[in-house]
Design a protein around this ligand. Structure first.
Ligand code: PBG
Ligand code: ZN
Length: 327
């Protein structure tokens, strides 16, 4: 017996494969993360993330131009302050790093969409994403006092020119708090991209080198999600939608493809996947050793996020991917 159904018929020619391809990555899907540090003419490569740099504002502006010229529509900004304090002053101060970077980028490249990461971990000496009682070494992050600081942070970022606010600390009610703060300050039209389903992941290790935001004691498991849970992600997104989120993020991406898929099934809002630092570091390490074909692995991975349901992908590979896509 010969087979009647021959799926190989549609794989016989590159053009045919192109015609029946279900998911394609485009440059429009990409968001590139940038780390702003104080100083001038600084480009300091992150030890665990080859090709990723901490940049002073002047360099951030140069980078933003390059990103825009590559056709990438958006960047997300993280700030590393000169000083850290328990009130996370660097997060919400009008002269904070994200604020300064956002203003400079919008002035130089007005059409590049600037997303501001809204969190406290880079700005507090203990490195947690929220407010802790002064002198508390137990790592008990206080939810509601944190919301007040996040509100202030979001408003100050919007004032500085940020187009999208991205609260990332996994505090209960953070979307509602940020929405309320923005509305009261006249930023009704500023969208919120919520880090809705963010897991307590070991894949964030290299980011904490980049952002100098590793917790100095304890860990983030009392606010970030347990890796064993998927239904809980649906509860998180339900709450964030009710609180007014405009876009939802799943993070990390690679080992949470099922979560991306479920979230996409459960909502009509745009879904973003964060291809995090550890995922990037693993690919880079293998590529630098000559063990994998970097371009093919990266393009396959990013396309897989689309297949899983991601509309947008935050990735340190964004510039390379845009080049490979032929900007
Ligand atoms: C914390 C934050 C994290 C990342 C971005 N913002 C995780 C964390 O430190 O817990 C991770 C991004 C990455 O790993 O690329 N607000
Ligand atoms: Zn944080």
């Amino acid at each position: 017996m010969f087979p009647t159904h021959r799926p190989r018929r549609l794989r016989a020619h590159p053009q045919l494969r192109r015609m029946v391809r279900e998911n394609v990555l485009t440059t429009s899907d990409l968001i590139y993360p940038l780390f702003a540090v104080p100083g001038e003419a600084i480009a300091k490569e992150v030890r665990s993330m080859p090709g990723v740099f901490q940049l002073s504002i002047d360099k951030i502006v140069e980078e933003a131009k390059e990103v825009y010229d590559l056709g990438i529509p958006s960047i997300i900004l993280f700030g590393i302050p000169a000083d850290k304090d328990t009130d996370a002053t660097g997060a919400w101060h009008d002269c904070g790093m994200i604020q300064k970077a956002a203003t400079a980028v919008k002035e130089a490249v007005p059409d590049l969409i600037v997303i501001a990461d809204t969190c406290l971990c880079e700005y507090t000496p203990h490195g947690h994403c929220g407010y802790l009682e002064v002198g508390d070494l137990s790592g008990r992050v206080l939810n509601d006092p944190t919301l007040e600081l996040l509100k202030k942070t979001a408003v100050s970022q919007a004032k500085a020119g940020a187009d999208i606010i991205a609260p990332s600390g996994m505090m209960d009610g953070f979307v509602q708090a940020v929405r309320q703060g923005l509305d009261e300050a006249g930023f009704q039209d500023t969208p919120i991209m919520s880090y809705a389903a963010k897991y307590a992941s070991a894949y964030y290790g290299p980011f904490r080198d980049a952002a100098e935001s590793a917790p100095q004691f304890g860990d983030r498991r009392t606010y970030q999600m347990d890796p064993g849970n998927a239904r809980e992600a649906l509860k998180e997104i339900e709450l964030d939608i009710a609180e007014g989120a405009d876009m939802l993020m799943v993070k990390p991406a690679l080992s949470y493809m099922d979560v991306i898929y479920r979230v996409k099934e459960a909502t009509n809002l745009p879904v973003a996947a964060y291809n995090v630092s550890g995922e990037y570091a693993m690919v880079k390490a293998a590529a630098l050793n000559g063990w994998i074909d970097e371009e093919r692995v990266v393009m396959e991975t990013l396309t897989s996020f689309k297949r899983a349901g991601a509309d947008l992908i935050l990735t340190y590979h964004a510039k390379d991917a845009a080049r490979w896509l032929g900007a």
